[in-house]
Design a protein around this ligand. Sequence first.
Ligand SMILES: [Zn+2]
Length: 485
Amino acid sequence: MNTSTWDEFAELALKRIALSGAEYGDIRIQDSITEHLEGEDRRIASIRDLHDRGFGVRVLYHGAWGFAASSVLSLEEVPRVADLAIEIAKGSASVAIEKVRLAEEPVHRDCVVTPCRIDPFRVPLEKKADLLLQTMDTLQRQSGIARSSASLWARRDRKLLVSSEGTHLEFDLLAGQGECMATALHEGRFASRSFSTPHLRKGYELIEEADFLREASRVAEQAVEKVRAPAVDAGPYDLVLDPEHLSLTIHESCGHPSELDRAIGYEANYAGTSFLTTDKRGNFRYGSPAVSLIADNTEPETLAATGYDDDGVLCQQWDIVRNGIFVGYCTNREVAPKIGESRSRGSNRADGWANIPIVRIANIGLEAGEGTRDQLIDDVKRGIYIEGHGSYSIDQRRYNFQFGGDAFWLIENGRRTHMLRDVIYHGITPEFWNSCDGVADRISRRRYGFITCGKGQPGQSGWMTHAASPARFRRVHVIRGEGSA
Ligand SMILES: [Zn+2]
């Protein structure tokens, strides 16, 4: 990164902003590279390299925002785009009904670099392709497997954020992930089973530590068992949910409703609103006393732990739900004052240089409890153990939902007996979390990341990690979702 040139560009933009009389402004310059290898049915299907570079200027003038961005980084373009952002902010100010007031934040000058043992962009493509081919061979060695796929993904973001308040932040962030999937066929029916490493801010060591070949033979065997498994009988069951499965449940039923911008209607037109309205903060029983959901944007290796957000606010840890009571939101500098908070939670992130930052779900995780997963299962007479992600649906207030999964096992009298298929459970968010009567200990805690969380107009993809230990939920309604493999 040629930071001296980027600093010159930043200075140019900030000079224009200072001259305009705007109360705040910032510039984000970003250079991102993404590499995505995909294999299908024992061959490499695609290798994609994406290089994306540009900058965005944000201006707050008399309480109204203006934003403009460009992919051309030059001494002529930067002042032109800064002037455009100022002009838009002035136009917005002339019609704005409510003025934006930013929560205070100390000035930060820092450089954030993802620690990495093996740079994924220096690992030869041949080595990565070979891993995918060997993984697919292992998947298809299992008789009954009709199709296989495997992929590797890596991304590097170099970014500079400079604000009119004096904040100056440099970033060199990495993220990676790998996965594979087997599809089994039986009597005209098919079922898939997959393995994914979490998306984490780590080097290629994430992939090397994952042992793809061992996981491939496990999921291939399970895909064959799954396609031959009996369909579930509808009815109430106790559920024991694994961390990967819970990451999606947490994301949809706790993450989205805890975004304050949604709760106050900013996203009503598109992404939806929230049943966690501001009057519920501090008094609403969201879950049982076993349920504490903690936002932590400081945990190393997690996706939202970027040191600072795109408001230049220091990443933090705080409670969303404490012992079952809803207590906190994800906020940015704009919306935090609307609920009387003097400081943003630092959860404002943009999808690249071309978009404005918006409130994003933090790394929200379920706090660990006591005992092991098997101890949770021991105390279940008739239940289902669910792993991984499947289809899901949730209303725009995040209140009524249904979730599938990737693999299901029947639990009878404290023992996992055999696999099931076509399991879908449904419920109402607070009823579901109130039925949680046990969370396993920290040793069984796992983390899973999301990079395609959709929100905003124009649409943006958000990144965050959800951690959990296995947890047990009593008497949840299960239905048979035909063909919901
Ligand atoms: Zn989402």
